[in-house]
Design a binder for this molecule. Structure first.
Ligand code: UDP
Ligand code: MG
Length: 325
């Protein structure tokens, strides 16, 4: 069993792969620990697949390649890599040589200090300012504020994780960048350290400015997951209750006017608003109840627990406990 697993998402990176492998192998060999390298070929069409297979076919390469049938995206590739990995520690990095494999030992040292995630921070980022670095600064500030987990650089792929952290989280959409926030929510200790960043020399970046919007939409999902995924009725129910109460009070007021003063209320805009708010209130509450049922199906069907245990001590023996959201 390897101690360390390196997971690398690859999409059309043919000029980078050999050099990446050579440099990575050099660093990993120098650590003197058992390791494996997992490349996830995310539907490459430029010949990267063949190069990866060739690298993996050499005896003693310690390389596994997972091939996707088509391009499913970096998050899906990372998830597949996590599932394939067996090491106690999982390290992720980009295939384009923008991350430097020689930072891995520093990350591992930090992890040894008792953290569960060590995240790279591209302090001197070598990407275009206006459409890359600037949106990233704003996005990181927003994500930090909203999730309460303060990092300068959520987007840096160079990170290392303890196995338990990646085990319980399934990744969708562009969610891989939110792993530190999601993991911190289940009790993981997260730390950030500056890492080297190089400009991209071969190949092209796979993302444009549209990524900013995807990340922002995913942030809404993450906030919902973090705050309400175990008790959705708190969100929908309270919204529904407020709306219904407001509508009901308006209806009372109008009824009182009609009954006591004999006022005409049929043409009053307030009547429309009152009916709207009451219906909306009932709708929201019903949605909340449905969400509560769904969440029960989610947890019970998959044997998931809405909490994470750290460990159990029983009559002097400590048992490592697992399971969690
Ligand atoms: N990547 C991937 N699937 C995709 C897009 C990117 O596996 O659909 C990989 C890509 O090969 C690289 C990493 O994800 O290893 C980061 O991509 P890129 O360098 O284009 O992103 P940037 O550094 O510009 O944010
Ligand atoms: Mg890159």
């Amino acid at each position: 069993m390897p101690e360390l697993s390196v997971v690398i998402p690859v999409y059309n990176e043919k000029e980078n792969l050999r050099q990446l492998y050579t440099r990575l192998k050099g660093v990993m060999d120098s650590l003197g620990r058992g390791y494996e390298i997992i490349f996830v070929d995310d539907g490459s069409t430029d010949g990267s697949s063949e190069i990866l297979d060739e690298i993996a076919s050499k005896p003693g390469s310690r390389v596994t390649v997972v091939h996707f049938r088509r391009n499913f995206g970096q998050t899906a590739a990372l998830d597949a890599g996590f599932r394939q990995s067996r090491g106690e520690v999982v390290i992720t990095l980009d295939a384009d040589l923008q991350n430097d494999p020689s930072d891995i030992p520093i990350l591992l040292e930090k992890l040894e200090e008792g953290y569960d995630i060590v995240s790279g921070w591209r302090k001197e980022r070598k990407d275009a300012f206006v459409n890359r670095t600037l949106p990233s600064i704003v996005a990181n500030w927003l994500i930090s504020k909203v999730t309460g987990v303060y990092l300068h650089d959520y987007g840096c792929t160079l990170k290392c994780y303890r196995r338990e952290v990646v085990e319980h989280l399934t990744l969708y959409g562009e969610l891989h960048r939110f792993l530190p926030a999601l993991a911190s929510h289940i009790g993981a200790r997260v730390v950030e350290i500056p890492v080297t960043h190089h400009p991209r020399i071969h190949g092209e970046s796979k993302y444009g400015i549209s990524r900013v919007f995807k990340v922002l939409v995913d942030l809404i999902v993450v906030v919902f997951l973090l705050k309400y995924s175990t008790r959705p009725f708190r969100l929908f129910g309270s919204g529904g209750l407020i709306s219904f109460t407001l509508g009901f009070l308006m209806a009372l007021y109008l009824s009182a006017q009609k009954i006591l003063l004999g006022a005409q209320i049929g043409h009053r805009p307030l009547l429309l608003l009152s009916v709207l708010l009451m219906i909306l209130g009932i709708q929201l509450a019903s949605l909340g109840i449905l969400a509560e049922l769904l969440i029960r199906i989610y947890f019970e069907n998959q044997g998931k627990l809405p909490y994470v245990m750290s460990y159990v001590v029983s009559e002097g023996t400590t048992i490592k406990a697992n399971g969690g959201a």
